[in-house]
Design a binder for this molecule. Structure first.
Ligand SMILES: Cc1ncc(COP(=O)(O)O)c(C=O)c1O
Length: 405
């Protein structure tokens, strides 16, 4: 047997398959009610609109450019459409501030590559999006805890980073309906984060994957909008906004985008040239056509369905979860985050739940950069109908109640 570990770069050592993924393979079993996946409901995909968009492309001269190589910045009409969308969010920008990526996940990988030398510190919330940790891990960073709205001094972050042999490089967060907790950072928290970033002289990576999925509550300006309001122009800002069509239109086309100051965009374009030249031309064209024709209607449709499911899951949690547990009350997104009594373990609970209650969820520990959070788990309501939610949460509630005793 060859010992590949001796040949691999050190950066590969943090790339490990998780035990949880192994457990979640059992989800295909029909008797399991799953709240584990964080994916959109395929029944809500605008499939007919895509069918028409691809047919239109193939029935016109556009097919030649659709099947051809294209520019690394991304398909210009799509970037133009995004400039209009961003203006509506309070983010005035130009074409040279918009860059198309193959899913916002690729954006996170590029940003890790652009900012992190080994041992540099990335500030992330505890918990944070697991895919961000996986993307950043390849660049061998250290992590420190970001508490938006919290009062830790810039000096304490600097000192902690120096002790780990590097500098603080960026703060990464999902300010809206985060994966995994569903929580939102309020305006004051966003402003305080911008103060901290200015004092530390670091970038802010704003992951806006779920931003369109608000079901109630007041909308809050994106962090990038707040920073433009302070500094006058996007090219003076340090916030890098990562957006996605995955949760609104379809994830399989792999089209996401980054909106940021022009110097960062120029670097990212060079990075893309080296990595994959450009995102799929034809998929960008199809996304553009579907977005131009009916983005708002599509978003309204999915909001209506997901908000009902969220309401149903919150009601079921209220009804069936035993005393000693608590959970978040998200105003949007796809997730609710449950905290078990101290000492209980979400991963052990999952193993028993798959055995007896036949309900799946994602144990929380993997979302914590420091490996804490064992007594937490994430449930998603995006793909479950109301009967499944009622039945699944009641079974889970009974199991947890029996374990608490
Ligand atoms: C918070 C967050 N960011 C980014 C992504 C990646 O999305 P995509 O690469 O499909 O745009 C996801 C996907 O689940 C996510 O939950």
């Amino acid at each position: 047997m060859l010992n590949w570990d001796n040949m691999f770069a050190t950066r590969s050592s943090r790339m490990r398959a998780s035990e949880i993924r192994e457990l979640l393979k059992l989800l295909d079993r029909p008797e399991i009610i799953s709240f584990a996946g964080g994916i959109p409901d395929p029944a809500l995909f605008p499939d007919q609109a895509f069918k028409k968009a691809y047919a239109d492309i193939f029935d016109s001269a556009a097919v030649n450019s659709a099947l051809q190589y294209s520019v690394s910045e991304g398909y210009k009409p799509l970037r133009e459409w995004l400039v209009g969308q961003m203006a509506g969010l309070g983010i005035p920008c130009g074409l040279d501030n918009v860059f198309i990526v193959s899913g916002s996940q690729q954006g996170l990988d590029y940003l890790g590559k652009l900012f992190l030398s080994p041992n540099d510190t990335a500030l992330v919330t505890w918990p944070t999006y697991l895919g961000a940790l996986q993307a950043f891990n390849a660049y061998e960073p250290a992590y420190d805890q970001l508490t938006p709205g919290g009062n830790r001094t810039p000096g304490s972050y600097r000192e902690a980073a120096a002790q780990k042999g590097g500098k603080v490089k960026f703060a990464y967060l999902s300010a809206e309906f985060s994966n995994p907790t569903g929580e939102t950072v309020d305006r004051e928290g966003r402003e305080k984060l911008l103060d901290l970033a200015d004092e530390l002289d670091i970038a802010v990576i704003e992951d806006a994957a779920y931003q369109s999925l608000r079901y109630d509550g007041e909308s809050i300006p994106p962090i990038l909008a707040l920073e433009i309001a302070r500094k006058g122009h996007i090219n003076e800002t340090r916030t890098i906004y990562c957006g996605s069509f995955s949760k609104t239109l379809a994830p399989g086309l792999r089209v996401g985008f980054i909106v940021a100051n022009a110097p960062v965009i120029r670097k990212l374009v060079l990075m893309k040239q080296a990595a994959d030249l450009h995102s799929s031309t034809i998929n960008q064209m199809a996304i553009c056509e579907v977005a131009e024709r009916g983005f708002d209607a599509q978003v309204a449709k999915i909001r209506a369905v997901y908000s009902q499911r969220r309401n149903c899951m919150l009601a079921a949690l209220e009804k069936y979860m035993p005393a000693g547990t608590s959970w978040t009350k998200p105003e949007g997104g796809m997730f609710i985050w449950v905290t078990l009594p101290e000492g209980m373990d979400g991963a052990e609970l999952l193993a028993r739940s798959l055995e007896s209650a036949k309900v799946a969820f994602v144990p929380g520990k993997a979302f914590f950069a420091d490996g804490s959070g064992a007594n937490t788990f994430r449930v998603s309501f995006s793909c479950a109908n109301e009967t499944m939610i009622e039945e699944g949460i009641s079974r889970l509630g009974r199991l947890i109640a029996s374990e608490i005793g």
